[in-house]
Write a protein that binds this ligand. Structure first.
Ligand code: DGP
Length: 112
């Protein structure tokens, strides 16, 4: 997708400090962090949202990478939250599937 900001990040068109990167997945810090740790984990392939995913391996790669990143960042002891906003009412603003990994403070529930 030529006009997708997360595709540009994933493919190295925008200089980015990656927290993690492999063949399928990239992770980088959110521009507008909502917690002391706020990492976005994305598939390198473009999916407008999770609704567009038909291949379960996309979910497997995304989730297993997020768990690995949480472990590497030392988040397991105090805990963390993973969020995937989907669609308008789900609060999604960037139309490229992404998982928010949030940690470093007490996170409220229910979400706003
Ligand atoms: P969502 O509302 O779930 O679609 O989250 C999109 C997030 O993406 C939001 O927290 C801000 C972040 N974001 C948007 N544009 C950029 C960008 O260019 N770079 C980075 N690092 N984060 C971005």
């Amino acid at each position: 997708m030529d006009d997708c900001i997360f595709c540009k990040i994933a493919h190295g068109d925008i200089p980015t400090d990656f927290v993690y990167s492999d063949e399928h997945v990239a992770a980088f810090r959110d521009l507008n962090p909502q917690a002391p740790v706020h990492v976005l984990v994305i598939p390198k392939e473009h999916y407008a949202s999770g609704v567009a995913v038909e291949d379960a391996s996309v979910w497997a790669n995304l989730m297993s990478s997020a768990v690995k990143i949480a472990r590497e960042l030392g988040l397991e002891k105090d805990g963390y939250r993973m969020v995937i906003n989907t669609g308008e009412q789900g609060g999604q603003t960037v139309p490229h599937l992404h998982l928010h990994l949030l940690a470093g403070r007490n996170l409220g529930w229910p979400p706003g």
